[in-house]
Design a protein around this ligand. Structure first.
Ligand code: SF4
Ligand code: SF4
Length: 328
């Protein structure tokens, strides 16, 4: 079965949404969610549940979750499972799907995400990426693991896509969790309004904060947006006193220069010596997902960084008095 597809929730464009919860019951606020991962141990302290929201105003070339970028639900296809029976083509009233020797192709302009092809396919080739859920629906799933959170010092992490891209939903969900004593982590690239962030921080126990590049022009080339708002929001978080871990995707040939690592360490240490920095080595695990969404992966030939290069970057960051770890 296909879950409820929130066509009413469709939001086009890459503006910066604002938090405005007036007049609506918080539990009924809808968000577009593409995954709720239980028993996660990489998204903050202890055992956690991680809520992945769909939609991101940035468009990082190395993104390993391309299914998270588009704010709207969409259909993915795993061609290796396809028998080429053509049943999905027959049931598609929008004439959006074709199947040939190479596999399945979906015309994204025609597809209305009705899900009929998913229901018709008995080989689970097709999958709905993203569905509308209320805060209360998500919370009731998160609550099932309260015992694990308590025994491990864990909690709930909300990420994306970009959690600040659905600020009302993020605010309401973190508030709901904190009201019952669940530790909350906001995993964000910081591209949201400062007013929304400020409200969300009231119910945030820990922030994971991505910084991709210190140079505004290069940041724009790599992600589609400049970094001014992101750096201002980092200052706001540090001033708020909520603990923050800076996460730097380390992408060979893109943001790994000595100048950029030094500039990053100098800027962060100028704001706070308490902030920790995690280097996240580039990997290609998400590459296959681009084809499943009929998209091209630009960095197909890029190799992960060497341990030596990562160690040098770590040393530079530590030389500015900051604690730094390389994620494994
Ligand atoms: S119904 Fe499923 S198996 Fe048949 S062609 Fe479509 S995607 Fe492939
Ligand atoms: S989701 Fe609906 S419109 Fe889109 S390809 Fe499948 S059947 Fe066609």
């Amino acid at each position: 079965m296909v879950g409820p597809v929130g066509l009413l929730q469709v939001v086009r464009g890459h503006g910066v949404p604002r938090v405005d919860c007036k007049g609506s019951s918080m539990g009924e606020i809808m968000g577009t969610v593409f995954n709720i991962q239980r028993y996660s141990i990489d998204d903050g302290p202890g055992i956690r549940s991680t809520v992945f929201l769909k939609g991101c105003p940035l468009n990082c070339k190395w993104c390993s979750n391309p299914e998270s970028q588009n704010r709207n639900p969409e259909i993915s296809h795993r061609d290796s499972l396809c028998s080429k029976c053509g049943i999905c083509v027959q049931v598609c009233e929008a004439a959006a799907i074709t199947v040939d020797e190479a596999g399945v192709h979906i015309d994204r302009d025609r597809c209305n995400v009705c899900g009929k092809c998913i229901d018709a396919c008995d080989r689970e080739v097709l999958e709905l990426m993203g569905r509308s859920m209320t805060v209360e629906e998500v919370f009731s799933q998160l609550q099932r693991d309260t015992d694990y959170y308590e025994s491990s010092g864990g909690g709930v992490t909300i990420c994306g896509g970009e959690a600040l891209y659905q600020p009302e939903f993020t605010f309401a969900l973190l508030k709901r969790c904190r009201e019952v004593g669940i530790h909350t982590c906001l995993d964000t690239a910081g591209y949201g309004t400062s007013s929304a962030l400020q409200r969300i921080l009231q119910y945030t126990s820990l922030v994971f904060y991505d910084i991709k590049h210190l140079d505004a022009r290069i940041h724009r080339e790599l992600t589609g947006k400049q970094n001014g708002l992101i750096m201002r929001n980092l200052e706001l978080i540090i001033r708020s006193g909520v603990p923050v871990v800076i996460r730097v995707p380390y992408i060979p040939g893109h943001n790994d220069s000595k100048e950029n690592i030094e500039a990053l360490a100098k800027t962060v240490s100028g704001m706070s010596k308490e902030a920790k920095v995690n280097l996240l080595p580039y990997h290609r695990f998400g590459m296959g997902k681009y084809a499943m969404l009929d998209r091209r992966y630009e960095l197909a030939k890029l190799l992960p960084p060497s341990k030596e290069d990562l160690s040098k970057a770590k040393e530079i960051i530590e030389s500015f008095g900051l604690a730094c770890e390389v994620a494994v």
